[in-house]
Design a protein around this ligand. Structure first.
Ligand SMILES: NC(=O)c1ccc[n+]([C@@H]2O[C@H](COP(=O)([O-])OP(=O)(O)OC[C@H]3O[C@@H](n4cnc5c(N)ncnc54)[C@H](OP(=O)(O)O)[C@@H]3O)[C@@H](O)[C@H]2O)c1
Length: 332
């Protein structure tokens, strides 16, 4: 059911749907709601269902998400494709103090990731955010040196813009771009997606469920706890929330017509956008994982795709996907 997909043209193959592990350690819900046993059971269930592609980052936790994934994959490492990321500067208390893609920092970060993941190689290493203070050629040069040493297999970028992607790819082939892409976030469609196809780079859409909104399990920003990302997400606030609920009703309507869940329609739409796309829905629960994986079997007709394409275009979605401060870290 989960047929493998090629990410990029260098030989990296992953399951059509991956598992985003970030929410097992941060961003959604409270610390009390996170249950390490259920998270590990979710990772194991993913493997049973044919999900091979696991997404984490140094900054998730920070550090603890890589440790969790490493613990879950003990004895099962060879079944998994591990993707992780470096690129944030973290102070001694683990708070983000900026970006850092200097070559010497990359090496230290990757050594830490390898240790926490309990592995001698990372399958896919992404730069998490473009650091404008370091030429991308230097960053990718340092990443390529790690490939030459066998510590990393494939390279990726996250939220990188056109020029950065071209320059990076000229230094060492980039296997995948990981950026936000979903029914309600289409910024990649006009220029980035065609560029990826021109260069033979795969796309890994993050937040494919709109952080839960497209799955229909949503509350207004102020109803989430302080620690929850959605509390400060402009799309979950005030009149934006109401407008977005109206726009997303097209997803729930099609889901009802097909007797499937709304989130499954959001994932099926992404999977139908091209076989060079491997979304990584995030969850810390087996129940949601199983539902998400089943989305790979859903067939959408050209008419269904057209309905969805037009229901949530940029002018129907209210609010930016990030706060101004977070938006400033996105390379365009
Ligand atoms: N490169 C980057 O800058 C970047 C940024 C953000 C995320 N990411 C990566 O992308 C992954 C996915 O993105 P995301 O987790 O932020 O957003 P997402 O996948 O769009 O949504 C995750 C949220 O949806 C909920 N959910 C998942 N499956 C569901 C279902 N079937 N029904 C109802 N709700 C469901 C989850 O609930 P529970 O938490 O309760 O399970 C969680 O609250 C992350 O885990 C992370 O690895 C990367």
């Amino acid at each position: 059911m989960l047929t493998p997909r090629k990410l990029g043209t260098q030989g990296l193959t992953v399951s059509a749907l991956g598992l985003g592990c970030m929410g097992m350690s941060q961003s959604y819900g409270t610390q009390e709601e996170r249950d390490e046993r259920e998270s590990i059971a979710t990772i194991h269930r993913a493997l049973e269902l044919g999900v091979t592609f696991f997404d984490t980052a140094e900054v998730y936790g920070p550090y603890t998400n890589e440790e969790l994934l490493g613990r879950a994959l003990r004895g099962k490492r060879e079944q998994a494709i591990i993707a992780t990321k470096f690129g944030f500067a973290l102070d001694k208390d683990g708070a983000i103090s900026g970006l850092n893609s200097r070559p010497e920092h990359i090496r230290t970060a990757v050594e830490g990731s390898l240790r926490r993941l309990g592995t001698d190689h990372i399958d896919l290493l992404y730069q998490h955010r473009v650091d404008r203070s370091v030429p991308i050629e230097e960053t990718v040069g340092a990443m390529a040196a790690l490939v030459a040493e066998g510590k990393v297999r494939y390279l990726g970028l996250s939220e990188a813009g056109e020029q950065t992607i071209r320059r990076a790819h000229a230094v060492h082939p980039i296997a995948a771009l990981q950026s936000e892409y979903s029914l309600w976030e289409r910024n990649l469609e006009p220029r980035i997606l065609p560029l990826l196809r021109e260069l033979g780079i795969g796309l890994v859409p993050f937040a494919p469920l709109g952080r839960g909104f497209l799955a229909g399990h949503v509350k207004r920003a102020e109803e989430y706890p302080e620690s929850d990302f959605r509390r400060n997400d402009p799309r979950y606030q005030g009149a934006n929330f109401d407008a977005n609920l109206r726009a997303a009703s097209a997803v729930s309507k099609l889901a009802a017509d097909k007797s499937v869940a709304a989130g499954q329609i959001a994932l099926a739409w992404l999977l139908h956008k091209g076989d060079d796309i491997a979304p990584i829905p995030g969850t810390k629960r087996r129940r949601y994982l199983e539902e998400n994986v089943a989305a790979a079997a859903i067939q959408l007709s050209t008419e269904d795709m057209h309905k969805l394409d037009t229901a949530l275009q940029a002018d129907q979605v209210a609010g930016q996907r990030y706060s101004e401060k977070q938006m400033a870290t996105v390379d365009r």
